[in-house]
Design a protein around this ligand. Structure first.
Ligand SMILES: [Ca+2]
Ligand SMILES: [Ca+2]
Length: 220
């Protein structure tokens, strides 16, 4: 499903009524600034990221800055053939809304498969699930990253849209996601795993409820 991609005009209109929601766009994807992750757990204790970080400025972002923060300026390159995994925790969680809930943003220096797993309590995780490179969508946006102090090198950013319903997650959503390279390649270049703003259908429902409440007030 592609409902995480929202027409900006609709959001702008609804945003005025619902109160401004800080958001960051990547192509046609609109992310909620409160759903970019707060903690980062590295299965190798950080030895890989210390030499394989990505950053649009020439500086090591450190943990959790490699993979958190409401922007797409940092990441971790060449994540190994499934031997290292990164867990991003969300202080307020990512709810399972109507349609797509979050996007996994990768830099396509190479085209790689991904494996993901979710935790609804931040402690216990479900099984790893394979996400083929073919599920990613071209954002149309490029970034130029320094890689472990070298470069900078340009790359196109692609987004894997995720509907948590496809993974058996309830409306309460998730508190954390685990990510690693899927399949044989060891070259996944991960930028972010972050939540979208509510999709148009969700916003429309909220808007309709608001209108109804307004009518009740006027007639009450
Ligand atoms: Ca959903
Ligand atoms: Ca790579």
């Amino acid at each position: 499903m592609q409902t995480g991609r929202v027409i900006a005009g609709v959001v702008a209109c609804v945003g005025l009524g619902a109160g401004a929601q800080a958001q960051t766009t990547l192509g046609s994807f609109i992310f909620d600034d409160n759903k970019f992750g707060d903690t980062l757990t590295e299965s190798d204790g950080g030895s890989h990221s210390s030499g394989n970080w990505l950053n649009t400025t020439n500086a090591n972002p450190g943990n959790p800055g490699y993979l958190t923060g409401a922007h797409f300026e940092t990441g971790v390159a060449n994540m190994g053939a499934g031997t290292i995994d990164y867990t991003i925790g969300y202080a307020s969680g990512i709810p399972n809304m109507t349609g797509d809930d979050m996007g996994i943003v990768v830099a396509r220096y190479s085209t790689d498969n991904v494996e993901i797993r979710f935790s609804t309590d931040g402690v216990t995780f479900g099984p790893w699930t394979f996400l083929g490179s073919g599920t990613a969508v071209d954002s149309g946006e490029d970034r130029t990253y320094y890689y472990g102090g070298g470069g900078p090198y340009p790359a196109r950013l692609w987004v894997h849209p995720i509907d948590l319903s496809d993974y058996g997650i309830g409306a309460g959503g998730i508190m954390a996601i685990g990510i690693r390279t899927g399949g044989g390649s060891g070259e996944l270049d991960l930028i972010r795993a972050a939540g979208f703003i509510p999709s148009p259908s969700t916003v429309a429902l909220v808007g309709a409820a608001g209108l109804l409440a307004g009518r009740r007030r006027r007639h009450g």
